[in-house]
Design a protein around this ligand. Structure first.
Ligand code: NAD
Length: 353
């Protein structure tokens, strides 16, 4: 066993079908009396259900969470929290809603209780992002880490199948990169492998029956583990590319991850063959992790080409330039020619070799 450093990041997790029923107890444990409930306009119903469960402890609902946390919505939500005298925020939704909660916490120190309804994993990380004048700034601060997370698979039944698959692959990307992170450790390795295993088992099952509670539970369990990996170790080429493509070309978050992941794995295969073998074993494709991830996405009807999710071929050169500038650490050095080829292959939707 090699030497390593492991820092535990503490948060309380309540997991299981129907666990939303414990919400009032969890709010009480946080010592809060007035919770502001956050959601997107489309998840207002779920936020109202949350408010009804906690009754007098609900200060109000702010339903204007949007992708990438624009500074204007963060300011509005902070002002609303202050006006209502909120002493806690409950974020019910995906990464966009959790992100809004984090923006409030960063400024005010308000405790966040997250109720994730996608597999993005933001609830398990101290990473925040706020977009100002079209530029997304990210940072790390333990104040934004949700204190309590309620994972209730029943709340994910309504997540559209297409988004369920791409969001699941988004989660798998955290685990895959976590396995070769510069600062990885055996504990994160265990979580990453188990997260990959649970998610790759869940996706075909929930595609076959989106209301299959057992598949939904496996997927949310996998999302938790993969999100924990994201929150604990550094990410590499794959996340850098997705950040570039999502941020600069406004491509949908989970779909970008889905398309790029097999290609990023293929890029790194020769640099970390043992890691690829672990990923391959976990997803049931022992000899070909990259190809196995591509097949998993394609067989579940997810997009596999950047050209199908809004990327213009004419922008690939600029994307390569941005990704090469200020790169993240990666097990294989970032070479512009190879990276440009990766982007071309991903744009065309080629199965990686
Ligand atoms: P999202 O939060 O934008 O959700 C996508 C859409 O699906 C929204 O309209 C949402 O209301 C809807 N939705 C979510 N759950 C639903 C459900 N169960 N039923 C019906 N509709 C539902 O998407 P996302 O992929 O979860 O999050 C993406 C954002 O999160 C990006 O901005 C990304 O940068 C951020 N993110 C941050 C971190 C971090 O650690 N800071 C980690 C992962 C993602």
């Amino acid at each position: 066993m090699d030497a390593f450093v492991y820092t535990g990041i503490a948060s309380r997790v309540v997991f299981g079908a129907g666990s939303l029923q414990h919400l009032e107890r969890e709010i009480e444990l946080l010592g809060a009396r007035r919770a502001l409930v956050l959601c997107t306009p489309g998840q207002r119903d779920q936020a109202e259900r949350v408010a009804a469960i906690i009754g007098d402890r609900a200060a109000g609902i702010f339903d204007q969470a949007v992708m990438h946390v624009p500074i204007e919505s963060a300011r509005e939500a902070r002002a609303e929290a202050q006006r209502m005298g909120a002493d806690c925020a409950i974020a019910i939704g995906g990464g966009s809603t959790t992100g809004l909660g984090k923006a409030i916490a960063l400024d005010s120190g308000l405790p966040i209780l997250a109720i994730p309804t996608t597999y993005a994993g933001s609830e398990m990380t101290p990473i925040y992002g706020i977009t100002e004048a079209g530029l997304k700034k990210t940072g790390k601060d333990l104040r934004v880490l949700p204190r309590t997370v309620i994972y209730d698979p029943e709340l994910t039944i309504g997540l559209p199948v297409g988004l369920s698959i791409t969001s699941g692959l988004n989660a798998m990307a955290h685990a895959a990169e976590g396995l070769y992170a510069q600062d990885t450790n055996p504990i994160m390795g265990l979580l990453a492998e188990e997260g990959l295993r649970a998610m790759s088992r869940a996706l075909p099952a929930l595609k076959a029956d989106p209301a299959d509670l057992s598949a939904r539970s496996d997927a949310l369990y996998g999302a938790w583990l993969c999100g924990t990996v994201l929150g604990n170790v550094g990410m590499a080429l794959h996340h850098k590319l997705c950040h570039t493509l999502g941020g600069s070309f406004n491509l949908p978050h989970a779909e970008v991850h889905t398309v790029v992941l097999p290609h990023a794995m293929a890029y790194n295969t020769r640099a970390v063959p043992d890691v690829m073998a672990r990923i391959g074993r976990a997803i049931g494709s022992p000899d070909d992790a990259a190809g196995g991830l591509f097949d998993l996405a394609q067989s579940q009807g997810a997009p596999v080409a950047l050209r199908d999710i809004g990327m213009q071929e004419a922008d690939l050169d600029r994307a390569a330039d941005i990704a090469v500038g200020n790169p993240y650490w990666n097990p294989r050095p970032i070479e512009r020619t190879a990276l440009r080829q990766l982007l071309q292959d991903a744009w065309e939707g080629k199965r990686p070799k």
